[in-house]
Design a protein around this ligand. Structure first.
Ligand SMILES: O=C(O)CCC(=O)C(=O)O
Ligand SMILES: [Fe+2]
Length: 194
């Protein structure tokens, strides 16, 4: 009986904290998308609307990387880009995230209380390649456990996305196909050409 009370108490607390976190996260995502829109020379709300507006979906994943006796032989997560529009990630204080730029893997420094923002595939597509979806991976640590809490912000499956017409013209042809997000997901997950 005691156990149930404890478990129920935990669930209630977790839900409340999670709901508060989701609310704050949605505000951050709006600000990020608004500013990225302005950066493309577009009106503030264009990107948020293009990724589904209020229909944007938020998925919290919890990554757990236990210590590894041979970090030289293993990776936590292999190199990939996120298929989301944008990913907002909170890590613990054990570094391990690396990003690929100019043929070099760079370590992402841990900065207390900082959020890590990944541009995902959908923003690369909408911006017709002006924003690059960041290639990243994680290393593992011999002594310490690393954790990270990414929130993947993705369009609803039925939404059709492609290069924004405002960003394409006779000189800038669309570099990506226009398709439903769920079809993009299917191809990516099954390693099929897009
Ligand atoms: O753990 C990290 O820092 C990154 C994790 C990641 O890239 C992912 O879950 O997609
Ligand atoms: Fe990722």
């Amino acid at each position: 009986m005691m156990m149930i009370v404890v478990v129920v108490g935990f669930v209630i607390d977790y839900r409340a904290v999670n709901e508060e976190y989701a609310k704050k996260m949605m505000g951050v995502v709006d600000k990020v998308l608004d500013n990225l829109s302005l950066g493309l020379g577009l009106e503030e709300r264009v990107l948020k609307d293009a990724v589904g507006g209020d229909g944007l979906e938020y998925l919290l994943k919890i990554n757990y990387y236990p210590p590894c006796p041979r970090p030289d032989l293993a990776l936590g997560v292999v190199a990939h880009t996120d298929m989301s529009a944008v990913t907002i990630l909170v890590p613990n204080d054990v570094s391990g995230l690396q990003v690929f730029k100019d043929d070099v893997w760079f370590n992402v420094k841990y900065i207390p209380n900082a959020l890590i923002v990944h541009i995902g595939d959908q923003l690369e597509i909408l911006s017709n390649g002006k924003f690059k979806s960041v290639l990243h991976r994680t290393t593992v640590n011999k002594e310490k456990t690393r954790m990270s809490w990414p929130v993947f912000c993705s369009p609803p499956g039925e939404l059709v996305l492609g290069p924004l017409p405002q960003l394409t013209n006779d000189e800038n042809h669309p570099k990506f196909k226009t398709k439903k997000y769920k079809d993009y997901q299917y191809c990516k997950l099954n390693k099929l050409p897009q």
